[in-house]
Design a protein around this ligand. Structure first.
Ligand code: SF4
Ligand code: SF4
Length: 166
């Protein structure tokens, strides 16, 4: 799927996925955390991010100070020069990339700074986080970007459906 197709598929399922989160609120939050962490492991076991890279092509991670220091040192730049060259401040006052796709994305979809990439890149798409219901808006937003999130939500929907009839 290309970027456009991923976004369209996410949009088509948006209402269904909003409903999923509403339904999940009827269960203890530990149930959702366990469900998502299991599905995250299952889906990413079968996902080759190097064949996708849609997150790196379309969105920017947030760069915290520690990320900037670490990456700048790796690139043998000063943090100030790194920020000036690659980053801007967004409407939430977060430091994000000036450009998209990410300038560190190589042609073969590898990350040029993989070992020192921002913490937000390592944690993306956050589907194995604690309190998954607390970040449902973020997960819905990521369902327009990440096919693995779409797959996780599809499997979670099936799981909830099966519970209904039992
Ligand atoms: S968008 Fe999702 S599936 Fe694609 S590379 Fe990023 S994390 Fe992997
Ligand atoms: S730093 Fe690396 S992992 Fe993060 S968005 Fe850029 S290419 Fe992707």
């Amino acid at each position: 799927m290309n970027t456009h197709e991923i976004k369209n598929k996410g949009k088509q399922n948006l209402n269904k996925n909003k409903k999923l989160f509403q339904n999940l609120k009827k269960f203890p939050s530990s149930y959702s955390d366990k469900l998502f962490s299991g599905l995250h492991a299952e889906v990413f076991d079968q996902t080759d991010c190097l064949r996708c890279a849609n997150c790196c092509k379309t969105t920017s991670p947030i760069f915290r100070e520690k990320d900037i220091e670490r990456i700048a040192a790796y690139l043998k730049m000063s943090p100030g020069n790194f920020s000036e060259k690659y980053l801007k401040t967004d409407e939430d006052y977060d430091k994000v990339l000036k450009q998209s796709p990410c300038p560190f994305l190589e042609e073969d979809n590898r990350c040029r700074i993989y070992e020192v990439r921002p913490a937000a890149c390592s944690a993306y798409p956050h589907t194995n986080r604690k309190n998954i219901l607390g970040i449902s808006e973020l997960t819905l937003k990521n369902s327009l970007i990440c096919p693995a999130v779409q797959d996780i939500l599809e499997r979670a929907n099936k799981e909830i459906q099966s519970k209904r009839w039992n």
